[in-house]
Design a protein around this ligand. Structure first.
Ligand SMILES: Nc1nc2c(ncn2[C@@H]2O[C@H](COP(=O)(O)OP(=O)(O)OP(=O)(O)O)[C@@H](O)[C@H]2O)c(=O)[nH]1
Ligand SMILES: [Mg+2]
Ligand SMILES: [Zn+2]
Length: 354
């Protein structure tokens, strides 16, 4: 039994205990140089064998986490409460949060439905507990897009905030959509467009809406159709108003679910709700505190909007675009080829992560 010794080894090597998912379990064991527990391996083989024999697997998506071992899965156009297979439970022991809302899974429906496999994720949004292990909590995975919502007036549009959310989207490999709401309070749309030139040039999807005056809600709906989306943005931007206008009652539904299961939620209370027009709204309470943290500081020079086409030409590979010589970003700013205000916004964000 190597576990005890290996735990020490882990400590010595100072390997971060992170969230390990079923699809990466073999990699984890290899990385940490731990021989895979024989009984786990045996079980795995046994499961694989019976898998071939009598299982009837269908692909589904986790839309709500109920308890540690139960979640709600959508498959074949319906939803069902499903438990983890014994093998996955075994892998899970000692690890938190093996499942997240948005995970695609293979469910065996030959008997009482059970999750047999968690499929690799394309992206995820996490937050980290402020404990010594910096434990990762996955709020949602397989997110198609993040709707960055900001009001044009009341409160006034702050592009610096949009920059921050764009960095988060880029770092997490999620497509961003900028939604400028309360457009009814703008004197001229041309003026609004002028303020957004930088983002338009980068090819970022932008929609100007008014939840109050029903402006461009059909455009927003078209963007959401068939996709799994997260709404984020400052308080008072109009997220709830927009969502309610798109589908009245949908937010109450979220409220119901989170109250009913209060106390049972051990990992996360994120939920996915179906839009009538197709796709899902991912509601995750953690989204309100979604932010950049100091760990992102080193990668920001590669993820700030618009830097992708410039930083490969900087003289230094790890250029921070602040003081280095031969910096392509600074050269572009000086030549008026890169928006100076956005560059300043970058410097402010960088500074805030000190
Ligand atoms: N003029 C105008 N007011 C709006 C519009 N959309 C929302 N509001 C108002 O803005 C305020 C805030 O809207 P909410 O929908 O609650 O904002 P939110 O983004 O959900 O805010 P949090 O839940 O705190 O994050 C409300 O008083 C809305 O009536 C709009 O398009 N135009
Ligand atoms: Mg709200
Ligand atoms: Zn540079």
């Amino acid at each position: 039994m190597p576990q005890k010794k290996d735990k020490k080894k882990l400590k010595r090597k100072n390997i971060k205990i992170r969230n390990i998912r079923a699809d990466s379990i073999d990699e984890f064991y290899e990385e940490a140089n731990i021989p895979i527990n024989k009984s786990v391996k045996k079980n795995q083989n046994r499961t694989e064998k019976s898998l071939k024999n009598k299982m009837q697997l269908v692909k589904g998506q986790v839309i709500e986490i109920m308890t540690n071992n139960y979640c709600r899965v959508e498959f074949d156009g319906k939803t069902a409460e499903v438990s983890l297979s014994g093998r996955l439970k075994q892998l899970k022991s000692g690890m938190r949060n093996i499942l997240a809302v948005g995970d695609f899974v293979n469910v065996d429906i030959s008997d009482i439905p059970r999750i047999e496999e968690i499929l690799p994720v394309k992206n995820k949004l996490s937050r980290f507990m402020k404990n010594k292990f910096h434990t990762e909590i996955i709020m949602a995975s397989n997110i198609d897009q993040i709707i960055i919502t900001a009001s044009y007036r009341n409160p006034d549009l702050k592009l610096g905030l949009i920059d921050r959310y764009l960095c988060i989207a880029e770092i997490n490999n999620i497509k961003p959509v900028i939604c400028i709401n309360k457009i009814d309070l703008a004197d001229s749309i041309e003026k609004v467009e002028e303020e957004l030139t930088f983002y338009r040039k980068l090819g970022i999807e932008i929609v100007l809406t008014s939840a109050e005056k029903n402006i461009n809600l059909d455009k927003l709906r078209d963007l959401l159709k068939g996709k799994d989306s997260v709404f984020t943005g400052h308080s008072g931007a109009g997220k709830s108003s927009l969502i309610n206008k798109l589908q009245s009652g949908i937010l109450q539904k979220i409220g119901d679910i989170s109250t009913v299961n209060k106390g049972q939620h051990t990992t996360s209370s994120s939920v996915m709700i179906k839009w009538q027009f197709g796709g899902h709204l991912i509601d995750t309470p953690g989204i309100k505190i979604l932010g950049l943290d100091s760990e992102n500081k080193n990668i920001l020079p590669k993820f700030f909007p618009g830097f992708k086409s410039l930083y490969p030409y900087c003289k230094f590979k790890n250029c921070s675009h602040t003081h280095e010589i031969g910096c392509e970003v600074k050269t572009a700013v000086e030549a008026n080829e890169f928006d100076a205000e956005r560059y300043e916004s970058y410097l402010r964000i960088l500074e805030s992560l000190e």
